[in-house]
Design a protein around this ligand. Structure first.
Ligand code: ATP
Length: 602
């Protein structure tokens, strides 16, 4: 890097990357002084246009042509490398693009996706690709690159982007799963830049506002065997919404689907149950089925590629080289990412520091700040639930000879006055869920969808027959796969060897930044009353037992309306202080807690 008082310039060779790891106090901007564009995660940075990069970000700028890259302030950690995996990504993108184009042609010729076709027909839907790999192998980066390449073709694609990684910085908020349909390349200005529109309060004039995003709440940073049932129901819900979208929108169907996954998916025993101990990669298989995946790309994990090839004969499994630029993130890094992700949900993209704002020359368009809203709400008004928590009465309290079968997705109510609950609720991220008229369980139905008690009567060879309340039925379908992907994969392998990523309804007006309001009667209380009126049949049965959850289990895994954080708890006045992305009433007074916490350290 050459350094003169007014500029620091990096000379990049053709097909090489400038990689950087920004420290907590490093904010920089880059621009190319050459006539050709450069790219960040395959988003184009036009010539001579400053592109701000915020602290803690780790990424690279790719140049296809020899380039002079100007850097506002050189970061402590930066280097250039010609060992880029860009060409393998381009090869894969081209194969996927061909399928999209053929699918669009088929669809415009009137072929339905589910209709039986002759072998000579092209694909009748776009590719559905899922990216798998170990921790920090670059999965999210690959997804972002492929999505941006598709959106950069000028073909007006509107692919679906699903994040099944609750800890990915590209997702909405830690603990969530998401489905978005971006129509313009996704930026990489800072750590938490999501693959969809970030927050509920996103103003209508920002870049993210036209990226419809739906969010689901898993509530934990990683899928685990304990949460398998909830996980599968969430994935089924996401799959349903994507299929609904495709049924209405042929462009979405032809554009296809990109799925980012958690590194836990590489654990063969994740999701394996005692009743079927030989089942391997159960959650991968579930996602393949629910999302109709036709291609799995595995990053740099040979055994996994072989295992999955054997396990899914109808799915094309390909291997992608791991970019030598990927950075192994430690726990401290991951905590910084998670905190930045929650902060950006509430506050939007951080402001530019003065030294960058004052740079002379053009600057790329950026999203604005968001102004969240803080208020108090009574313990009685906000119903907080947990999914699958086993805090029911001990089995010893049951009648002799009985055992309890708890539904794995049963809802339990959080009693803030209960032991240790204040500690668990403070700083807790909550997903707000919609309550519809049919969701409330009448007293006579209670027990449905919560816990089932069965008598231990021996049946046959001493077996106990249990009846369990099951969730919604699941659809299955098979996906088509294209041979071109195979070629692209082979090419990727060769090159890799050679060198080494709700509809959240928004209330857009913002006010009262950072102020805590004690709204008498509580925001949301009016809505809560309305809910009761809506169900209102004057049925005295509706009187609740404090410990019973009066809602169907289904609300625990339906898409969320948005997220709030409990930032303080007043035990004397029995009120929560809640940070919400938008002002006014909460859209619902029922929220689900998980294990995700956030403390604003800025
Ligand atoms: N070519 C590159 N140059 C510089 N940094 C990179 C490059 N590719 C990826 N990174 C960085 O490496 C880190 C890990 O990449 P990424 O988050 O895509 O991996 P992942 O497999 O999705 O991780 P996780 O284990 O969280 O699922 C990120 O900080 C990412 O920005």
């Amino acid at each position: 890097m050459s350094e003169s008082p007014e500029q620091h310039v990096v000379d990049l060779e053709a097909e090489s990357e400038w990689r950087f790891e920004l420290e907590a106090d490093e904010n920089i901007a880059v621009r190319t002084l050459s006539p050709d564009s450069v790219y960040i995660n395959s988003e184009e940075i036009p010539p001579t246009t400053w592109y701000p990069l915020h602290r803690n970000l780790k990424a690279s700028i790719y140049a296809a042509q020899p380039t002079k890259l100007q850097v506002s302030t050189p970061p402590a950690s930066n280097y250039s490398s010609s060992s880029t995996s860009q060409s393998s990504l381009v090869a894969l993108h081209l194969a996927l693009e061909r399928i999209r184009i053929l699918a669009r042609r088929q669809l415009s010729n009137g072929h339905a996706s589910s209709s039986h076709q002759s072998p000579n027909d092209g694909p009748s839907r776009g590719p559905a690709i899922m990216i798998l790999g170990p921790p920090s192998s670059g999965k999210t980066t690959v997804v972002k690159n492929l999505v941006n390449m598709a959106l950069g073709t000028g073909m007006s694609w509107t692919p679906g982007v699903i994040s099944l990684d609750p800890s990915s910085p590209a997702n909405l908020i830690p603990g969530s799963l998401s489905l978005s349909t971006p129509s313009h390349p996704i930026p990489t200005h800072h750590l938490a830049h999501p693959l969809g529109s970030p927050p509920t309060s996103v103003p209508a004039n920002t870049l993210g506002a036209d990226v419809p995003t739906l969010g689901w709440w898993y509530g934990h940073p990683e899928p685990s065997n304990k949460g398998v049932d909830l996980w599968k129901k969430l994935v089924a819900g996401i799959g349903e919404r994507w299929k609904e979208r495709c049924a209405k929108d042929p462009t979405a169907l032809a554009s296809g689907l990109f799925v980012d996954t958690p590194s836990a998916f590489t654990n063969a025993l994740l999701g394996t149950r005692k009743d079927n101990p030989k089942a391997k990669y159960s959650l991968v298989a579930d996602a393949v089925e629910q999302l109709e995946i036709d291609t799995i790309a595995v990053i740099g994990h040979e055994k996994l590629t072989i295992d999955l090839t054997r396990l899914f004969p109808n799915v094309r499994v390909i291997r992608l080289p791991r970019s030598s630029g990927t950075v192994d993130l430690d726990d401290a890094n991951r905590q910084i990412v998670a905190a930045a992700q929650v902060r950006s949900y509430f506050y939007g993209e951080p402001s530019l520091p003065k030294e960058i704002e004052n740079l002379s020359g053009r600057m790329v368009a950026r999203e604005g700040n968001l102004i969240p809203y803080s208020f108090q709400i009574g313990w009685e008004t906000l119903t907080i639930l947990r999914v699958g928590e086993e805090n029911a009465a001990p089995s010893t309290a049951l009648p002799l000879g009985s055992s309890r079968i708890l539904s794995p997705t049963r809802l339990t109510r959080v009693d803030p006055a209960g032991p240790a609950q204040i500690t668990r609720l403070l700083n807790c991220v909550l997903a707000v869920v919609a309550i519809r008229p049919g969701d409330r369980i009448k007293k006579k139905d209670k027990g449905l969808g919560t816990a089932t008690m069965v008598k231990d009567e021996p049946e046959g060879a001493g077996q106990v027959k249990v009846e369990k309340v099951e969730g919604p039925s699941e659809e299955t379908a098979e996906g088509a796969v294209e041979a071109e992907i195979s070629e692209a994969a082979d090419k990727a392998q060769d090159e890799g060897a050679a060198k080494e990523h709700t509809e959240i309804k928004s209330e857009t007006d913002v006010q009262d930044q950072g102020q805590t309001k004690d709204i008498s009667g509580d925001p949301g209380a009016a809505l809560a009353e309305k809910e009761h009126e809506g169900e209102g049949d004057g049925d005295e049965d509706d009187e609740e037992d404090e410990d019973e959850v009066p809602y169907l289990e289904e609300i625990g895994y339906r898409e969320t309306l948005g997220f709030v954080v409990i930032t303080a708890i007043d035990t004397l006045r029995k009120k929560y202080t809640v940070l919400s992305p938008s002002p006014g009433k909460l859209p619902s007074t029922v929220a689900i807690a998980g294990s995700i916490e956030w403390v604003d350290s800025e």
